[in-house]
Design a protein around this ligand. Structure first.
Ligand SMILES: Cc1cc2nc3c(=O)[nH]c(=O)nc-3n(C[C@H](O)[C@H](O)[C@H](O)COP(=O)(O)OP(=O)(O)OC[C@H]3O[C@@H](n4cnc5c(N)ncnc54)[C@H](O)[C@@H]3O)c2cc1C
Length: 495
């Protein structure tokens, strides 16, 4: 520890996902002596891509929003000091960012293109639903107001944060009904929130509009892989004097008389620190605390929180001779007769490391109940029946998207993962993909999760504010603000 450093400036960050790494870089920038502890051998959590037969397969990083100069994620990346090291490509040049295909379109078109820009989005909606100009204007007015407030980062810098946004707890679906939207229009508008695990009839309007706006501001892909972003963050942390311990789980958060003392690792080694930032799921934090450390009411509140569902995913190699890379994302959407989005399959077909091949990546909801028979098993030890079920579901999902992308006559399956794989990889309860569900029903109990009654113990990660790279970094900033106080935050963290 440098001589001038006070013991109160020491921090341990539990978990090296984007929540942990961004928190650590922010604190190291502020002069804290930071150590990140990660249970896996390799850092990055869901951000980290894995390698199969020499090909990087992404898990929790497919595309990013708001990275144009001056936009929110760009300002965050600039503050973290990582923008210049990332090979990014902007999506949406003379092409959509997302293309939605509706397998059973009700009253709208069976295809809808998500462009870059709020104006372009409005005009695409008007073209697709020419009889619904009034409801579209009503929705766009709200979207524009929320996007502007979000862009100003009022919730971090305004003394009365997000006054307008927080009042919009009404679910998206109710708002769209009130505005007079048809089922087809409702299904088009609601895809983004459903995609991150919150059904439109439970998704607070402000939450939906923030997610939608962040991708309408601008959309980007990393030309490399999630592992590269992790490497860049890790290097930045090292350059700022931070440390990273991998292959060691935190077994206990040590607390004495309501004050954090540090953590104990799974080899029994204690590590002292005045601050602990647990950038892991809040329910996993409870497992690291003794019964007397937090009030039973806090424990009950966290335990009762509903999480988003898990994801099922397949990655496969496809020969280039029959297919071309697709520059946009594809969403194959199935809706109920009233327009509610029932099922989504997400598709990317991109260049990869294997010459002559493209990487096909597919994602859909985890169908968590299917994997119940294996819930007491660990990754790599689930046996043949599990493998067969994974393979057959992967092939079924591939067949479902073939009418859109063309047939995959020759295809080499590289990997298939289920919610149980995610659960074991990052300690996410039941393999929840996006952590605590930010639904209208549990807005209050899911609010201010980063604060605990224990002095020096804070929470970060995707459950704090919103999931995604942007949402999770904003959560890290909100936690830092709480740690150092709003005045120092405003003075030293200028995004
Ligand atoms: C399939 C999928 C696709 C996605 N696509 C996108 C996308 O395209 N764009 C986007 O912006 N977002 C996307 N996301 C969301 C984004 O990946 C997540 O919101 C984000 O990665 C979550 O980061 P985190 O730090 O909160 O959690 P995690 O990444 O889960 O990190 C938690 C870390 O803590 C470690 N840990 C847990 N317990 C302990 C312990 N006791 N001791 C030490 N370490 C511990 C874990 O091993 C893990 O490394 C996607 C998510 C999924 C699942």
């Amino acid at each position: 520890m440098p001589n001038a450093m006070k013991p109160s400036d020491t921090a341990i960050v539990i978990g090296s996902g984007i929540g942990g790494l961004s928190s650590a870089v922010i604190l190291a920038t502020l002069g804290f002596n930071v150590t990140v502890v990660e249970k896996n051998q390799r850092p990055g959590g869901m951000l980290r891509s894995f390698v199969r037969k020499g090909v990087h397969c992404n898990v929790g990083l497919h595309y990013l929003g708001a990275l144009d100069r001056g936009q929110i994620l760009r300002r965050c990346f600039d503050f973290l000091g990582i923008t210049d090291q990332l090979p990014l490509e902007r999506m949406g040049h003379n092409a959509p960012v997302d293309r939605y295909y509706f397998a059973n379109a009700i009253n709208g078109p069976d295809q809808f293109d998500m462009p870059v820009g709020l104006d372009a989005y409005e005009s695409h909606l008007m073209d697709a639903f020419p009889a619904e100009k009034k409801p579209i204007r009503t929705f766009m007015e709200q979207l524009r107001a929320n996007a502007a407030e979000f862009h100003r980062l009022d919730f971090l810098y305004n003394p009365r944060p997000m006054a307008n946004l927080i009042e919009q707890t009404e679910p998206l679906w109710t708002f769209l009904d009130r505005a007079g939207c048809s089922p087809g229009l409702k299904s088009v508008i609601s895809v983004p929130s459903v995609w991150i695990g919150v059904p439109a009839d439970q998704c607070p309007l402000f939450y939906h509009t923030m997610i939608l706006a962040s991708y309408l501001f601008s959309a980007w892909r990393l030309k490399s892989s999630g592992a590269h972003l992790v490497d860049v963050l890790q290097q930045r942390l090292m350059a700022l004097g931070g440390k990273l311990v991998t292959g060691r789980a935190v077994q206990r958060i040590d607390i004495h008389k309501g004050q954090v003392q540090g953590v104990t690792l799974d080899n029994g080694e204690p590590v002292a620190a005045a601050n602990v930032i647990a950038a892991i799921h809040p329910k996993i934090v409870l497992d690291l605390l003794a019964p007397e450390d937090v009030k039973p009411s806090y424990r009950r509140r966290i335990t009762a929180l509903k999480d988003t569902d898990g994801m099922f995913s397949a990655h496969a190699l496809v020969p280039r001779n029959g297919h071309q890379a697709i520059p946009h994302n594809i969403f194959s959407v199935r809706t109920t007769p009233n327009g509610a989005v029932d099922d989504v399959i997400y598709v990317q077909l991109r260049p990869c490391e294997r010459p002559g091949y493209l990487l096909l990546s597919l994602l859909t909801s985890g169908h968590d109940a299917l994997w119940q028979p294996w819930q007491h098993t660990r990754s790599g030890q689930r046996g043949e029946a599990y493998k067969r079920l994974k393979q057959s579901l992967a092939h079924r999902m591939i067949r479902q998207v073939e009418p859109i992308t063309g047939p995959y006559n020759e295809l080499e399956l590289l990997d298939v993962y289920t919610p149980l794989s995610i659960r074991d990889w990052v300690n996410s309860p039941q393999g929840s993909a996006y952590g605590v569900m930010r639904s209208s029903r549990q807005l209050l109990s899911a609010a201010a999760l980063n604060r605990t009654a224990v002095q020096g113990l804070y929470l970060a990660g995707q459950s704090i504010m919103a999931p995604g790279v942007l949402g999770t970094i904003l959560g890290s900033l909100a936690t830092t603000k709480f740690m150092i106080g709003p005045e120092r935050f405003r003075r030293e963290i200028q995004l």
